[in-house]
Structures are given as structure tokens and as C-alpha cells.
Design a binder for this molecule. Sequence first.
Ligand code: AMP
Ligand code: GLY
Length: 421
Amino acid sequence: MNILIIGSGGREYSIALALKKDNSVDTIYFSPGNGATQKLGLNIDISGYDELAKFAKQKDIGLTIVGPEQPLVDGIVDVFKSHGLNIFGPSKLASSLEGSKIFMKNFLKKYNIPTAKFIQTQDQKEAEKFIQSLNEPIVVKADGLCGGKGVIIAQTKDEAKQAVKGMLSGESFGKAGEAVVIEEFLDGYELSLFAICDGSDYVLLPAAQDHKRLLDNDKGPNTGGMGAYAPTPLIDDALYSQIRSNIIEPTLKGMQKEKMPFEGVLFIGLMIVDNRAYVLEYNVRFGDPECEVLMPLIKSSVLDLFYKTATKDLKSLNIELHDKYSVCVVMASKDYPYKSSPPAEIIIDEILHDNLKQNAHISFAGVSEIDGKLFATGGRVLQCVGIGDSIKEARDNAYMLCGQIHFVGKQFRSDIAYQAL
Ligand code: AMP
Ligand code: GLY
């Protein structure tokens, strides 16, 4: 089967790596891909979803997998389905779970799904009144997509009011900030959970933990994610069953009731406070770098998983997982996340050690090929993924691989998975 993957990051690279283990996968096309995906398949440069769908028909693509949120929120799935194509991802309507924080929070409230107390508003005065009623810190969120930057944890009430002002005036996030959500701060630990859904049935992948801050000990600015690991020991059977019955099942039923059944991967950002799970946010795609740790843990066919989801046949799927751990360390460019960095050539030492060859690999993200050489040209450049029988072993493998990779200005955290060790 020919496959089309939409996106250009480490997430999409890791999906392709996992698919390539399946003999029934023929050519993988990437739109647009990156400087390393062209070694796994073919990068294409086509703009417009209708044009892409025509390309998919022409090339006999049996399945399209959408990585990032923007095309989903734009409605790529609806376009492909109208052409009779199989595509993995939620419809435009169902993508509102990520595309609008207000839609998401109202949905959670309507279906009684645990989340932080909140109001939504477009009015500065109403916002200030609610801010006055909360304890500090206070969380202010822009309604629309802001590339992961639309959430402000204000340490004081004044800072929260200023944040609201910046959003409502359009100054901070343009149209995405025209309406805001203000909510209470939840103090606990975060988990990322991924439910693959076909509208009515779902398969839950092992819980992962992301590391959003740039620096060790969770210091520095928020980023797209500096590393992840899975499965995390910070969840037990009781918590899993609480999350299934209080969160995932009401979400899938609620989405059916709203006439927008959820298909694709539901990424649930959770905060665990005193053993109770609260939804911080939904995303309608895989997390990056969470995807890079989850893909290698799937023992059964990843193609089967995606295909059966897209054709609403998850009931017949028997997913098998490796009894292993996986840790991913993100290597970022010099000025990430503040601004773009000058291109830097990437040198990768030859890996001689058998253990490392078998239990570690690179997932490439912000890289370009220039004159046959690989350059770091994006913010998050690549991820070193280690596999092992314990989190410690997986982490050692990931960090050993980091030691083999060189480019000017490279930065990475040295404490990924610390909460589990
Ligand atoms: P979101 O995009 O809504 O997940 O927010 C980004 C990050 O902000 C989350 O991963 C949390 O670290 C933090 N955050 C969001 N909402 C809250 C909240 N109500 N309480 C505490 N932290 C929050
Ligand atoms: N790693 C978090 C995200 O992909 O949103």
C-alpha cells in the first residue's frame, strides 16, 4: 500500500519508521516532509488540500496520515473523504476539540468531564471579576490555535488582567485571542494519554510524559516539548480505569451526540491532582515528542492500527505492545525557542556498538539537506530515542546516542524522565 504522511516533524518521521517495518507498505510520500524523510520515501511539494487529494488518487494512496493540527482544523479530512480516500484523523468539526478552547471547555462541562473551573469571555470587566475570585496563580488561555504559545500562567491577578487585555485587544495573538478562557490553576503532575478512536471504539496507548520547559529541573520557557518517555509509572490500573470511565468514554459518547464522532488520535493532556485526573486540554493529533516514544513500543502492525481506525474497524484490531520502555531526548538549535538559528551542519559519528545500533535511533525533524549534507535548520532539530528493559536503560541509550551527534549550538535537557527515576 502507498501511504501519504502530512507534516514535516520528528512525529511524522517516527510514524514512517514504524510503518516501514510492515512489508505491505510500498512508497511513503511526505507533504512536505523534511531533509531526512526523503531517505524514507518521497517528499512532495503541493499546496491546497484538493490538489493533494487529487495527487493521492493519482498515486493510488491507500491511506493518508495527518500529523499536525492545522490541516485537521482546516478540514483536510473532509476534503479527502469527499474524494473517497482513506485518511487517519478527525473531521474539521471534531477538530474543534483542539481548534477552540471555548468549544472544548464547554464540551467538558456539558458532559461532566473533570476539568479546571473556568469562564469564557470577550469582556475585560467580566474577566477581571472572575480573576478577582480566584487564587494565584491564574491560567489565561487564548481561544484559538497559537502554536502552543496561547497559555499564560499568571503569577499575580494583575499579570492575569494584563494577559487578558493583550489577548482581547488582538495584540498578543491576533484573531486567536479575541475570546479567552480563564481558569483555576491545578497543582499536580501532567500526563499525556493517547486514545486511537474510530468514532465508537478506541485503543489506549501507554501513558507518556512530556517535558515542556527548555531547561533541566523544568526551568526556562515553555517549548513544544524537549523530551518524553513511556510507559510512565506515574499511573496505575485504578487511575487508568478512572480515566477510561470519567474521561475517554464520555468524550467519545459526547462527540457522537454532538454529531461529530471522533476519529483519529485523541491526545488528552491530563493533570493529576491527589489521584484524580483532570483534562487540561485535548489535542486531535499525536504529541511531538510523545509520538517518537510510542511508535517503537507498538509490536503489532502500525499500518493495521492506522488503517483499521480510518476504516472504522478497530473492533477487529488486536494491538500488541513490546514489554519495553522508550525515552526520547530532543536536540534543539541554538536560539530555540526564542528565534530561528543560523543553519548548522550536523555530524553524526558512526555507531559501532551493537547495543546502541539495536536500541537507539534518531527521529529527524528540523533538518534540511544542502549540497548532500544535513543541516539543522529548524527549532527542534532531531530526537534521540532509546529503548530498554527499564526507563534507566532506555534513557542511557538515548543519551549515549546524543553523544554521537554534533552541531554548533545544540542544546538538550539532561534530565528527561527524572520524575520516573
Ligand atoms: P494547554 O495548551 O492547555 O495544555 O496548556 C499548556 C500548558 O500549560 C499545560 O501543559 C500545563 O503545563 C499548563 N496549564 C494549562 N492549564 C493549566 C491549569 N489549569 N493548571 C495548571 N497548569 C495548566
Ligand atoms: N508535546 C506536546 C504537543 O505535541 O503538544
